[in-house]
Design a protein around this ligand. Structure first.
Ligand SMILES: Nc1nc2c(ncn2[C@@H]2O[C@H](COP(=O)(O)OP(=O)(O)OP(=O)(O)O)[C@@H](O)[C@H]2O)c(=O)[nH]1
Ligand SMILES: [Mg+2]
Length: 558
């Protein structure tokens, strides 16, 4: 009530004139509460009184000064009250979210419980009581984390790949809510993006979560990029794409938690930028947050005894999205600031949201990606009555049972190269037989979905995206088509063969058209081609930057 009434104050000094005698200022208690009220129907009343010569005498300069002063004082009081109220709200949220009174599993951050063996956070009563007696609850790891650390695949998050006990433990909205306090806190944010699923894991709305806090962007899993990849090109590509997404970042780092490449650079940047603030590791599910924290602690442990000690109870990492279930606080810095592992944000548009939990491991690439290329020369022969065409037009690719791509327009030399998990086979068939083929081979040759249960839940490839890809230069790849949560397909208008120049092509030929079908929520992105492999550095073009861009663009590090 008070807030609404006081919201007119900023304009008060201007309105307190003789021409606008419609405002009354009432000082109830000068120290705390002041009301400013407009009188109903006052406009007509003013003109009437003026016409009839009953208007109040013009205020003296002294009165005006006094009124202005009062208005200013009132404004100050309001601002102070608003500030106190806002701070109180903030403190409440922070207290609620980082509540250390509840003991959690140090592996996944789930609250400890002794009642449900199948749920995350379970620990048997005897162990719990013993640890509690010795004030060692922080050293407990729950049953689910023990299984995960031995390679079992148990997800706790909703969607088809839900918890086998049927419990949808943490929903995407709950995860977002858990992190929402970051907006009101001073923190340093380290945002992780998986290079294999750059668009799908980018978490574009991270600013909603973290407010104005500074962000360090860390690209993970670069060890999975094909052999011969020039990281200068990849670094430039990442900065270019990030700048387009208008995400203000301090710096960009290419890292691998497996080989530890780039991790020491992030460690130095964190030490430089944390300035007394806690550090939060954020990102979509399965981008490698917990693995990165493990790598960070390992790197920092060489110089920092606090980080060395923190390595004893570090978060669990696993191929299952939804490994970490609650914020995990880690004493990682000599300065006393805390490092937080956080639950991954589950994005409904990634393939992991639609496949069964048993199929999740097949989505995670284990080794370096090796593109699988298809052009007209690599097509299998189907039957003598169905000879190879002149190009890939009229053919359909199936990427496991998860993606279907119909080629509608392409050059005779066009080449499609698939980058993604090895476990998914690629099959190519004439489009006219594709529907029957999918029905017959789903779960057999086209996997995932791979078993009876998985097939029962499978809703099919209901979303169809017609993509028109225009290109100017046939010597360079035209675009990547990225499938959220899976990988991408690089499209070359004319396949590069060493030592040969591509032919000149007509204007009408500068276009490729495909129809991509995926499960309904899964997102398909067209993006500039990621420059990978030995050829990446041959065709990649660095953009000329203006002096201003040079200055303001974030720098990237390896
Ligand atoms: N090759 C490779 N694999 C990685 C890297 N970082 C993480 N992984 C793997 O990616 C999977 C997910 O890693 P996690 O650290 O559990 O991911 P997370 O982001 O903490 O996942 P949630 O807790 O579920 O949100 C695991 O199988 C890791 O081994 C990396 O740099 N290189
Ligand atoms: Mg994790």
């Amino acid at each position: 009530m008070a807030l609404r009434a006081l919201s007119t104050f900023p304009s008060l000094p201007h309105r307190l004139t003789r021409r606008e005698p419609t405002l009354t200022v009432t000082h109830r208690n000068p120290a705390t509460l002041i009301f400013c009220k407009s009188i109903a129907g006052s406009d007509s009343a003013v003109s009437l009184s003026e016409r009839d010569g009953f208007a109040a005498a013009a205020p003296t300069p002294g009165e005006r000064f006094l009124e202005n002063q009062r208005a200013h004082d009132a404004q100050k009081v309001v601002k102070r009250e608003l500030k106190i109220e806002k701070k109180k709200k903030k403190d409440d949220v922070v207290r609620k979210v980082v509540d250390t009174s509840v003991s959690c599993c140090y592996g996944c951050g789930a609250p400890l419980q002794t009642s449900d063996v199948d749920s995350p956070g379970f620990v048997d009563m005897v162990t719990y009581d013993l640890k509690k007696k010795h004030h060692q609850l922080r050293t407990i790891i729950c049953g689910r984390c023990q299984l995960l650390s031995h390679g079992h695949m148990i997800t706790a998050v909703g969607g088809n790949g839900g918890y086998p006990g049927g419990k949808q433990f943490v929903s995407a909205d709950e995860l977002r809510e858990k992190l929402s306090h970051l907006r009101h806190e001073k923190a340093l944010i380290v945002k992780l993006v998986d290079i294999v699923d750059f668009n799908g894991s980018f978490l574009a709305r991270v600013r909603d979560l973290v407010g104005a806090n500074p962000i360090i962007l860390v690209i993970t899993k670069i060890d999975l990029l094909p052999k011969g990849t020039d990281m200068n090109c990849v670094g430039d590509w990442v900065v270019e794409v990030t700048t387009r997404k208008k995400l203000n970042v301090l710096s960009v780092h290419l890292t691998s938690s497996k080989s530890l490449d780039g991790v020491s650079g992030v460690a130095s940047e964190i030490q430089k930028e944390k300035k007394g603030r806690d550090v939060y590791i954020l990102g979509a599910a399965n981008v490698g947050k917990s693995a990165f924290i493990n790598a960070l602690l390992k790197t920092m442990a060489e110089r920092d005894p606090v980080a060395a000690a923190a390595q004893k109870y570090k978060p669990i990492q696993s191929a299952v999205p939804g490994t970490t279930l609650g914020p995990i606080q880690i004493n990682a810095f000599l300065g006393g600031e805390k490092l937080y592992d956080t639950p991954g944000v589950h994005l409904h548009h990634r393939q992991a949201a639609v496949v069964h939990s048993d199929d999740l491991p097949s989505l995670a690439p284990q080794n370096r990606l090796r593109g699988q290329s298809f052009d007209i020369s690599s097509l299998p022969t189907f039957s003598s009555s169905d000879p190879k065409g002149e190009s890939l037009i009229g053919y359909t690719f199936f990427w496991g049972g998860l993606v279907r791509i119909d080629i509608l327009k392409a050059l005779p030399e066009t080449c499609f190269t698939f980058y993604g998990p090895k476990a998914l086979d690629i099959h190519v068939v004439p489009t006219k037989t594709a529907n029957d083929y999918y029905q017959k081979e789903l779960g057999v040759l086209l996997k995932p979905p791979s078993g009876k249960d998985q097939m029962q839940d499978w809703k099919g490839l209901q979303s169809h995206r017609l993509l028109r890809i225009e290109f100017n230069d046939a010597k360079r790849p035209a675009s990547d088509v990225a499938i959220s949560g899976l990988g991408w397909i690089s499209i070359e208008p004319i396949r590069r063969t060493q030592g040969t120049e591509p032919r000149n092509i007509d204007d009408a030929e500068h276009e490729i058209r495909v129809c991509v079908s995926v499960p309904k929520p899964v997102e398909v992105f067209i993006r500039p081609t990621l420059p990978i492999g030995a050829s990446g550095s041959e065709w990649y073009q660095y953009r000329d930057l203006t002096d201003k861009e040079e200055e303001t663009r974030p720098k990237w590090y390896l």
